[in-house]
Design a protein. Structure first.
Length: 319
């Protein structure tokens, strides 16, 4: 049995994962992200302790703990460097601290890398050698698997796919660059496009006006997905524009990497799933690679629990 830990800006989710990638039990605790380093560590250990308290018989079967944490981090040393949304940790040896407490090996990596490995081992990437994974939610993360291993690059900072720019004159991303796919196609960008359309066409009927009455700025990406599911034309336009931006980005991935499979996960990906056929067509349109259609585009197997599965996947070779 392995323990997967998903550390976010507001919560810590942990789970017991077996050798087949099945999540057997889970626990969640709030994350103390803005306190001191010890408070942040306590958020993690209290979640793990609660998991063990509910499942005392499996405590001795746990062989390792894998942790998904926001970057920047060093996956080779388990040190969390300086994540913007986890101000509690600066050059914090998270892996060593957790390993010392529980007496088992601990691995630490970012969520895109870990989720890619989980999909490769147990999910939509099984049977493929080169896997490109993208998680589209509040931000956009990514990971690449080569020959069964995460591609980290020289220092562990590789594959920041969300911060690949597709428009050097575009809006400024949170990373400081212009036109990153994250600032253009993640959840907040979808909400902003919907808000702009509602403001620009005040007489146009839309389900979104009912979901956010009298305040277009209150529209969220979740509302856009809900309105599209109800047949709303404006919401569909917004999502098709998002598809076009993602297609341009993924076509670059195909031309540069030519993976065996591309896997899309995250909350935004779920609402975009009905448009995957359109996305495949638009990727092919933007590609130089004439055989791009041979690369399957698949929804991720793991949904909200991708961080837990990813954490466990980091330690699969230790099970």
């Amino acid at each position: 049995m392995l323990v997967g830990v998903d550390v976010g800006g507001t919560k810590v989710a942990v789970g017991l994962v077996n050798a087949q990638g099945q999540i057997i039990a889970t626990q969640r605790r709030p994350m103390s992200a803005s306190g001191d380093a010890a408070s942040g560590l306590n958020s993690v250990t209290s979640a793990i302790d609660a998991l063990f308290a509910e499942n005392p018989r499996v405590r001795e079967t746990v062989r390792a703990i894998g942790i998904c944490a926001p970057g920047p981090l060093d996956p080779f040393t388990g040190v969390v460097v300086n994540p913007p949304n986890l101000k509690c940790w600066r050059n914090f040896p998270l892996g060593a601290e957790v390993s010392q407490r529980y007496g088992v090996p601990v691995k630490v990596d970012n969520d895109g890398n870990a989720a890619a490995l989980a999909e490769f081992l147990w999910g939509a990437g099984r049977g493929f050698e080169t896997v490109f994974y993208a998680c589209i939610g509040t931000g956009i993360g990514s990971g690449i698997i080569f020959d069964g291993r995460i591609y980290h690059g020289r220092t562990g900072a590789a594959v920041e796919g969300g911060h690949v720019s597709i428009d050097y004159r575009g809006p400024v991303c949170g990373c400081g660059k212009r036109g990153c796919i994250e600032i253009l196609a993640a959840g907040p960008a979808i909400a902003r496009r919907a808000q702009s359309k509602l403001a620009a066409e005040p007489g146009r009927a839309s389900t979104l006006r009912e979901l956010a009455p009298n305040d277009p700025t209150a529209v969220t990406s979740e509302m856009v997905g809900k309105a599209n599911a109800a047949g709303d034309a404006l919401a569909k336009e917004v999502l098709l524009e998002t598809i076009e931006l993602l297609a341009f980005w993924l076509a670059n991935v195909v031309d540069f990497l030519e993976p065996d499979v591309m896997i899309i996960g995250g909350g935004v990906a779920a609402m975009l799933h009905p448009f995957f056929g359109v996305l495949e067509d638009r990727i092919a349109f933007h590609c130089v690679n004439s055989r791009s259609r041979e690369i399957p585009l698949r929804p991720a197997h793991y949904g909200a629990d991708s961080g837990i599965a990813g954490g466990a996947a980091l330690c699969n070779d230790l099970a």
